[in-house]
Design a protein around this ligand. Sequence first.
Ligand SMILES: [Zn+2]
Length: 189
Amino acid sequence: MVGSPEQQKAESERQAQAMAAHSRARMTEAERLVGRGALLEQTARGNLEQSFGVKGKEEERRLAKSQLAESLAMQGRYAEAAEVHPDKEQRKYYRDIAVAIEKPDDEKCDCGDRRAKMNDTELSITPRFERARIFSPVHNDVVSLVECSKCGHWNARPLRSRLLKHNDALAMSEGAKKPVLSDPQVLNR
Ligand SMILES: [Zn+2]
């Protein structure tokens, strides 16, 4: 590096700033989701505090609690979310996600593919679909909450190419060179 010590210092500061800006722009899906969750948590906790012990604010308190639960879930804190949420069904949803995250990634139910023909093309249709994208502290990344439409089995894991994302109309199955569709997509046609 050439230049006076001051110039060198200015240059290395400039580089550090450029790198910080670069990494902000390159935030991963996980970082964005967890970051949004942390912000929402602050807001929700503020709202909750304001509604505490105030008569006639039951509805606000309920809303703040579900907001807080949602913000915790966005950060992968499902056990806490399950404690906080006012709705029983939603509490179960968070508990089930916590269980699904702990399952081995290759665990799946025994439900097999369905075969179908579409425009003379033999289709192999997986019963599993991506129900949601969630942050998993076990994987330290955003993973797919995969649901079987036949038996309701859940696993939270990185999506394999064979399994379709919601919006993909067609995809190739692993190795088989056949297009596959998820059941819901076929049924919605
Ligand atoms: Zn199944």
